[in-house]
Design a protein around this ligand. Structure first.
Ligand code: HXC
Length: 292
């Protein structure tokens, strides 16, 4: 879909880049010529990912254990990146989530999610944005959100609240930083199975059973290549006018939930013929009543 060197000359930071969706996007960036920096809480998975990309692509990946909940650690880390040279892209991918009835959440349980997603993502975004403003760099930010930023979602309320706030951050900073050429967009993926998310969000495997699949008009989960391609498109040059947008990548799942008639896609041609003749009968009988 892209020229191999489309990201050449760009250095991109992916938070939570050692595993899951972050690793998938990171790999695509490296494959397309970018220099990569990844951070996350577990040094061992970061080291493994960096070694894997070195083996496969000869890529030099810088990695750093970092808990984005600590604003000072975030500032220090971003400083250290810029000391080595400019950064051009940021992917806010690091997150935490688990399913739970809201009534069972303790304050610490709520904070465990909100401190990572809501606070931590802001710390990283602002630390990078300040450098870009100082150094007049026209960077690109992508945040990985979820479609529940528009719909809300039961049983993941701390995540839904926090990611909704990041949707607001995306719109707000697109305007505030737009005059300096900084763009900020977000991707709202539907179900893209990864080990970490599925263990916390679908421990019994019910997120990709046939009931769940029937809520997705395209009838399937997302393919990593689809997420990778969108993440690369938003990071590459050529469409800088696109900013402040959160793009759903979910096979139309969230839109189908709101439509009164969404379930009708299950109907057969025979069902439709039958319905058409029933509607016609009603119309004909109305016409007859009006003419008498
Ligand atoms: C209720 C829970 C809980 C659970 C933790 N807590 N898990 N409460 N149900 N399942 C409570 C604890 O009891 C404790 O409160 C408080 O949360 C802090 O718990 P810790 O384990 O000390 O927290 P911490 O070590 O900070 O762990 C953070 C975490 C954990 C988010 C809770 O799951 C984690 O590290 N996850 C990292 C990766 C991750 O979550 N990936 C999935 C992201 S998927 P008390 O009061 O008892 O002390 C995603 C969107 C996917 O973001 C979209 C798909 C469609």
């Amino acid at each position: 879909m892209f020229k191999e060197n489309i990201l050449k000359g760009k250095k991109i930071l992916v938070t939570g880049g050692g595993t899951g969706l972050g690793k998938e996007m990171s790999e695509h960036y490296v494959q397309h010529g970018a220099d990569l920096v990844i951070c996350g809480r577990r040094e061992s998975v970061l080291a493994d990912t960096a070694a894997e990309f070195k083996d496969k692509y000869g890529a030099n990946v810088r990695y750093q254990p970092l808990d984005i909940r600590s604003p000072q650690d975030v500032e220090d880390f971003i400083d250290s990146i810029f000391q080595e040279g400019p950064l051009h892209g940021l992917v806010n991918n690091a997150a935490g989530n688990f399913i739970s009835p809201t009534k069972d959440l303790s304050a610490r349980g709520f904070d465990a999610i909100a401190n990572i997603v809501f606070h931590g993502t802001f710390y990283v975004t602002n630390a990078v944005g300040k450098k870009w403003l100082e150094q007049k760099i026209k960077g690109s930010i992508i945040s990985i959100l979820a479609t529940w930023v528009w719909t809300g979602s039961p049983f993941v309320v701390p995540s839904a609240m926090s990611k909704s706030a990041l949707n607001t951050m995306t719109k707000s900073l697109a305007v505030e930083w737009g005059p300096y050429g900084i763009r900020i967009n977000a991707i709202a993926p539907g179900p893209f199975p990864t080990e970490g998310a599925w263990a916390r969000l679908s421990p019994k495997g019910d997120l990709d059973d046939s009931d769940s699949m029937s809520t997705i008009p395209m009838g399937r989960v997302g393919q990593m290549s689809e997420l990778q391609n969108l993440a690369t498109f938003l990071m590459a040059d050529g469409c800088e006018y696109l900013t402040g947008q959160t793009i759903a990548l979910d096979g139309a799942q969230y839109l189908s939930g709101g439509g009164t008639f969404s379930q009708l896609s299950k109907m057969s041609e025979d069902d439709w013929s039958e319905i058409r003749s029933m509607i016609k009968k009603t119309n004909d009988s109305d016409k007859q009543k009006r003419s008498t």
